[in-house]
Design a protein. Structure first.
Length: 192
């Protein structure tokens, strides 16, 4: 049975063991650079499905952005009365077509609904920006996509497997992890 990770704190508690196992497996460590969640799963751990997205957001974007994305996902779900993955262009296209935000395009000439991709220097314009005023879900959806595009997304499972198997070369030749103590908490201000 796999060791289950239910929260980011669970992952932090296991970080020393995970890093030691990655350091002992260079191919897995290289693949971990492309998708640390898949690397942890490859090592035999299992993420709680409800927590996996938030843990990934926290690793990729930090705690503040991860919390903001979680709130925006909840707002989007509440506004459309269903769960939607804002990073999935096909789900977003279906949702926005159902809501009448985007036209139904039978000839396959659908508007681009893929999220903006991270690029050095910025993400670029969101293809859904022209539709901002067509439904109340659009402002939180656009904000979510803007925040998510701040850092590169993790590699999909196929790319992770190709790196792990050595089918795809990376510019990296080795990756080693180490733990670093968190910065100390600031001293409270002297009330005098």
């Amino acid at each position: 049975m796999a060791d289950r990770i239910n929260t980011f704190a669970d992952l932090q508690a296991r970080a020393g063991v995970i890093l030691a196992r990655l350091d002992a497996a260079p191919a897995v460590a290289l693949a971990a650079a492309s998708n640390p969640l898949l690397a942890v799963e490859h090592l035999g751990y299992e993420f709680d499905p409800q927590a996996r997205t938030g843990i990934g957001d926290r690793i990729r974007l930090g705690p503040t952005a991860a919390k903001k994305l979680a709130g925006l996902r909840a707002t989007i779900a509440r506004l459309v009365d269903r769960s939607v993955d804002p990073d999935d262009g096909l789900q977003v296209r279906r949702l926005l077509t159902d809501l009448g935000v985007l036209p139904q395009c039978p000839d396959g000439d659908d508007p681009d609904t893929d999220p903006p991709r991270w690029r050095p220097g910025g993400a670029g314009p969101d293809p859904l920006e022209p539709f901002r005023d067509r439904h109340p879900v659009m402002p939180p959806l656009l904000e979510y996509r803007q925040i998510s595009a701040r850092r590169p997304r993790f590699a999909p499972p196929q790319a992770f497997a190709a790196i792990l198997d050595g089918v795809v070369a990376t510019p990296l030749t080795a990756v080693r992890g180490r733990l670093q103590a968190p910065p100390p908490e600031p001293e409270p201000a002297d009330p005098r």
